[in-house]
Design a protein around this ligand. Structure first.
Ligand code: 0WD
Length: 265
C-alpha cells in the first residue's frame, strides 16, 4: 500500500516536466494520492494538459496567485471536484527578471513587492482557503525554498530575501495550523534546472559548484524532492511541522568549500 493511499493532494506550480512540482506530483501518484493540479494561466494550462492526464489528476484548474478573486474562484472549483483536501503543495515563486541582473542594492520597490507577493504571500492566501477543505482531517502543507534564504548566493538577490520570509512564514503558520491539527513544512532543494531557474544569471555555475563541494559530491533531481515530499506529507511525519528539510546532497552543512577536497570522488 502506498504511503499516501486515500489522501487528496492539491499540487500547484507544474509548468512542465522539469518543474519540481511535477517530481512531487509523480511521487504522490506512485504512493496512491488523488491529485488536483493548478496552473498560473491558460497558456501553461494547455501545456500541462497531457501531464494532468498522465498523472490521472481529478482536475486541472487555473489559479493565478496574484489575485485573491482568482484564488477564490479556483477553490470554488476545487471544492466541486473533491470532498476535501489532505495535502497542499505550494511550488510557486516569481520575481521580475531584471531583479536578478542587478545587485540586490538596486532592487526596485515594484520588484520587491512582486517577489514577496507571488513567492510568499501566496502561501498564506492559499492556506486560508485550503483549511476550509481540511475539516476533520490532519492536513499537511509543503512549500519550496532554497539555500539563498540562509546565506548570500550571488544573483539570487530579492528571491533570497523572499525565501527567508517564506521560511519564517512556515514557522508562523505552523503555530496557527497546529491548533487545527494541520502541519506545514518546507523543502530547501538544491539547484535543479527548471524554467524558473533559467532567470537566474550563472545558474549552471551554481549547479556545478554544488555538485563539486557537497558532501555527497553530486546534484539532486526532482525525484529526490518528490520522495522527501512524500515523507513530509505522509502520516510518518505527523509530528514534524515548521521544519525546513534540506534536499541538497548535504551542501548546506559545508563551511569551507574547496572543490579540491572532493577530488577523490
Ligand atoms: O533550482 C531550483 N529550480 C529550485 C527551485 C531550488 C530550490 C527551490 N526552488 C523553488 C522555486 O523557488 C519555486 O518556489 O521551487 C519552486 C518551484 O520552482 P521550479 O520548479 O524551479 O520552477 P518552475 O517549473 O518554473 O515552476 C514555478 C512556477 C511557475 O512557472 P513559470 O516558469 O511559468 O514562472 O510557479 C508558478 C508557475 O507555474 N507561478 C505561478 N503560479 C500561480 N500564479 C505564478 C502565479 N502568479 N507565478 C509563477
Amino acid at each position: 500500500m502506498g504511503l499516501l493511499e486515500g489522501k487528496v493532494a492539491l499540487v500547484t506550480g507544474i509548468a512542465n516536466k522539469n518543474s519540481i512540482a511535477y517530481g512531487i506530483a509523480k511521487a504522490f501518484k506512485r504512493e496512491g494520492a488523488k491529485l488536483v493540479l493548478t496552473y498560473a494561466n491558460e497558456k501553461i494550462g494547455r501545456k500541462i494538459a497531457p501531464i494532468a492526464e498522465e498523472l490521472g489528476a481529478v482536475a486541472s484548474i487555473e489559479m493565478d496567485v496574484s489575485s485573491d478573486e482568482a484564488i477564490d474562484r479556483a477553490f470554488e472549483e476545487i471544492s466541486k471536484v473533491v470532498d476535501g483536501l489532505d495535502i497542499v503543495v505550494h511550488s510557486i515563486a516569481f520575481a521580475p527578471v531584471d531583479e536578478f541582473k542587478r545587485p540586490t542594492l538596486y532592487t526596485s520597490r515594484e520588484g520587491f513587492k512582486i517577489a514577496m507577493d507571488i513567492s510568499v504571500y501566496s502561501l498564506i492566501a492559499i492556506t486560508q482557503r485550503a483549511i476550509k477543505l481540511m475539516e476533520g482531517r490532519e492536513g499537511s502543507f509543503l512549500t519550496l525554498s532554497y539555500y539563498g534564504a540562509e546565506k548570500v548566493v550571488p544573483h539570487y538577490n530579492v528571491m533570497g530575501i523572499a525565501k527567508a520570509a517564506l521560511e519564517s512564514t512556515v514557522r508562523y503558520l505552523a503555530f496557527d495550523l497546529g491548533k487545527m491539527g494541520h502541519r506545514i513544512n518546507a523543502i530547501s532543494a538544491g539547484p535543479v534546472k527548471t524554467l524558473a531557474a533559467r532567470a537566474i544569471s550563472g545558474f549552471h555555475l551554481l549547479m556545478k559548484h554544488t555538485m563539486e563541494v557537497s558532501p555527497l559530491g553530486r546534484g539532486i533531481d526532482i525525484e529526490d524532492v518528490g520522495n522527501a515530499a512524500v515523507f513530509l506529507c505522509s502520516d510518518w511525519a505527523r509530528n514534524i511541522t515548521g521544519e525546513v528539510l534540506h534536499v541538497d546532497a548535504g551542501y548546506h552543512v559545508m563551511g569551507v568549500m574547496d572543490k579540491e577536497d572532493n577530488i577523490e570522488k
